[in-house]
Design a protein around this ligand. Structure first.
Ligand code: ZN
Ligand code: ZN
Length: 108
């Protein structure tokens, strides 16, 4: 059966206990051993802002430069906004910062 193991956290270097219960849980689900202590894991989880997304170094951000961009006026703050679609006037268009605010306030 499983025995408690100490694992060194790759993030902060602290040792943490990978308990037998946790090992059983991980092996039942085919997970590999944890590499980070619980506090670093919690920190990472809160940093990434929810929504899963396992593995792979996320890169970049920003729009692809080969997309045509349309310049319009943000419906929220009135500043110039660049959007990757043609504004039609039947729905409000927001600049990047207002758009992310809208998403945050509406999704939770
Ligand atoms: Zn750690
Ligand atoms: Zn705005």
């Amino acid at each position: 059966m499983f025995q408690d193991r100490n694992i060194g956290c790759v993030e902060c270097g602290e040792e943490f206990v990978f308990s037998s219960d946790d090992q059983q849980y991980h092996s039942e689900r085919g997970y590999s051993d944890p590499k980070r202590c619980p506090s670093c894991r919690a920190a990472r989880r809160s940093q990434s802002g929810g929504g899963g997304g396992y593995g792979g170094g996320g890169g970049g951000g920003g729009f692809r430069s080969d997309r045509p961009m349309f310049t319009t006026t943000c419906a929220q703050c009135g500043q110039e906004a660049q959007v990757p679609f043609e504004p039609r006037g039947d729905r409000p268009v927001y600049c990047n910062s207002c758009f992310s605010q809208q998403r945050q306030s509406s999704s939770y």
